[in-house]
Design a protein around this ligand. Structure first.
Ligand code: F6P
Length: 331
């Protein structure tokens, strides 16, 4: 059990893949810190910047006009050195040198593992879930997911227009590393005919081909397949499906556009609450915690407990994709 110790200087960093809403969390964390009469320090490029001492004082004006901006003003990185004992020791040394006794880490599971190690070195740390993937098991919300889904959904709607005009099959690949949440939400929100999730895809391509042929017979002018990044290979899949069905088939990989853009109202609001709550926890002397949203409440978990939790996309939601796509309706 880490001993509870109140902090005087709070460092803030963003780590891993950036996500729309991170700036809202940074703004809230900085201003909440200053509001409590504590000092705020920004750390550039995540743990990389902590190891390389890229640390600077932050005032209220440094976070003006950023709430609506995508990306992260603190930059982000995936830091290999934090997987080594030397790297963690150096990061902890920087914290001591700059008087950072509390650290807000905005990122995903990998970033929380770094926060957990730093806490063992005596730096109070609080994780804030920031990833478009929604793949942090302890929370029903992660910063950036809502914006990424809306960005991808708008793009899918556009592909659908041209797919209909040409009576094509379209495979649209969305991000999410090994997690299918973006694919599932986009699939439902855009009325896709098939959604392929890494969590349960059985690689039965014949079933997709049969489904396409069936929907054509029922008069559908297009067939949208949302493929998750964790499955990938959309171009090759398109070629095989075209050969098997005789229908024009195109693949579109949405890629990094899903990580950018102005955050939605939800991402601004939830990220703001989470950034402020992380500071509240540090000010109460808490450490090794992760902020989470569950059952309508903002709560916090022990980092180890959070990292050990598991979750999967809801089978009920997945069942809706098939059932609500028009082809299954009996006339
Ligand atoms: O974690 C967010 C994410 O965008 C994933 O969906 C994707 O697999 C990964 O980051 C890409 O990472 P990188 O920016 O390192 O290429």
């Amino acid at each position: 059990m880490a001993t509870e110790r109140k902090v005087k200087t709070i460092g803030i960093l963003t780590s891993g893949g950036d996500a729309p809403g991170m700036n809202a969390a940074i703004r809230a964390a900085v201003r909440r810190t200053l509001g409590k009469g504590l000092k705020a320090k920004g750390i550039l490029k995540g743990y990389e910047g902590l190891i390389n001492e890229e640390v600077f004082d932050m005032g209220a004006r440094d976070v003006s006009d950023i709430i609506g901006k995508g990306g992260t003003i603190l930059y982000s990185a995936r830091c290999k050195a934090m997987h080594t004992e030397e790297g963690v020791a150096k990061a902890a040394e920087t914290c001591r040198k700059y008087g950072i006794d509390g650290l807000v880490v905005i990122g995903g599971d990998g970033s929380f593992a770094g926060a957990q190690k730093l806490a063992e070195h005596g730096v109070n740390t609080i994780g804030v879930p920031g990833t478009i993937d929604l793949d942090i098991a302890c929370t029903e919300y992660t910063i950036g997911f809502d914006t990424a889904v809306n960005t991808a959904m708008e793009a899918i709607d556009k592909v659908r227009d041209t797919s209909s005009s040409h009576e094509r099959v379209s495979i649209i690949e969305v991000m999410g590393r090994n997690a299918g949440y973006i694919a599932l939400w986009c699939g439902i929100a855009s009325g896709a005919e098939d959604v392929l999730l890494p969590e349960n895809y059985d690689y039965n391509e014949q079933a997709i081909v049969d489904h396409i042929i069936d929907t054509r017979k029922k008069g559908k002018k297009h067939h949208i397949i949302i493929n998750a990044e964790g499955i990938g290979h959309s171009q090759a899949m398109a070629k095989r499906i075209e050969a098997a069905t005789g229908l024009d088939t195109r693949a579109t990989i949405l890629g990094y556009m899903q990580r950018g853009g102005s955050p939605t109202g939800k991402d601004r609001m939830y990220a703001t609450i989470m950034g402020a709550k992380a500071v509240d926890l540090l000010a109460e002397g808490k450490t090794k915690r992760v902020v989470a949203y569950r059952n309508g409440e903002f709560i916090d978990y022990d980092i180890n407990e959070a990292l050990a939790m598991k979750k999967k996309p809801s089978p009920y939601e997945l069942s809706l994709v098939e059932e609500l796509s028009y082809s299954y309706v009996i006339h």
